[in-house]
Design a protein around this ligand. Structure first.
Ligand code: OAD
Length: 262
């Protein structure tokens, strides 16, 4: 039976204080307080008629490469223009603390941003890839691109075509993210599963728990009866498998947890 609270409770503080190996699955919600919209928020500008999920498919890219390419390049600009928030910093601090005691805090993220890293944390796996790297749709050769020049805070009025691949001259470039229907990077998923299996506490932060297979990872903890704690202002698809569901923003709640871990 899940216990819900708006602040970290004594039970959760005890779990945090005694945890030596912590695994954390993060989603778009942890970056929301930095100003990166989550996937299920309404879009503006060129993409007003689309949900973020409509744009995250191979079919969408094939139907309108410029629309999808511009969305990812613009989102890349937005991510570059914002800063990590106290939630990212709390996880980085907690990771450093546990490592100093020969423990570990493993971060597995569905986010394609680099805000965990910029807060000073090491990320074990980016399950859905990275928005900062690109590859050819035909030959898969990685390609380096200059940073996009959009104002990340205002959607552009025109879209741009994806550049041609200079390696094979047949394909165009696409972002190195995982789209719906595509396989997750196997190593990241295996590392994530291993970290969750060996954890003595698992946190699920800022994810709606809708997108598989990432959303199945917390079930590995449930099978082993490892304590599971959710941090999210709203109930999610995963709430019912949690031991505790902390209802609030990750910036505040993760900062409280790091305090309790000291
Ligand atoms: P979603 O947009 O589905 O969910 C974001 C979650 O963050 C929601 O449950 C919100 O309640 C929560 N949230 C909002 N503000 C928060 C805050 N300040 N602190 C904590 N939580 C907050 O994002 P994801 O679950 O990450 O995949 O979505 C999963 C995947 O679906 C994404 O990686 C992406 C998307 O389509 C692909 O593109 C393949």
């Amino acid at each position: 039976m899940v216990k819900e609270a708006e602040q970290i409770t004594d039970d959760v503080a005890e779990l945090v204080a005694s945890a030596h190996r912590v695994a954390v699955l993060t989603g778009a919600g942890i970056s929301a307080e930095s100003g990166v919209p989550t996937f299920r928020e309404a879009q503006t500008g060129l993409w007003e008629r689309f949900s973020a999920e409509d744009l995250a498919t191979v079919e969408a890219f094939e139907n309108d490469p410029a629309l999808v390419w511009t969305w990812y390049r613009w989102r890349q600009s937005l991510i570059q223009a914002v800063e990590p928030n106290p939630g990212h910093s709390a996880l980085a601090d907690w990771q450093a603390q546990l490592r100093a005691r020969q423990g570990e805090l493993s971060i597995v993220t569905q986010n394609v941003d680099d805000l965990h890293e910029r807060a000073g944390a090491e990320v074990l796996g980016h399950l859905h890839g990275s928005i900062f790297t690109h590859r050819c749709v035909e030959c898969a050769e990685p390609a380096e691109l200059p940073a996009p020049q959009y104002n990340g805070f205002e959607p552009p009025s025109d879209s741009e075509q994806p550049p041609a691949c200079l390696a094979c001259a047949h394909g165009v470039l696409r972002p190195n993210v995982v789209w719906f229907g595509e396989m997750l990077p196997a190593e990241a998923f295996e590392d994530a599963s291993a970290a969750i299996r060996s954890a003595d506490l698992v946190l699920v932060v800022g994810t709606s728990g809708i997108v598989q297979p990432a959303a199945s990872l917390p079930l590995l903890a449930m099978e082993r009866r490892t304590p599971l704690v959710e941090v999210n202002p709203e109930p999610t698809e995963l709430t019912e498998v949690m031991d505790y569901s902390l209802r609030g923003p990750s910036g505040t709640l993760l900062a409280q947890m790091v305090q309790a871990s000291r």
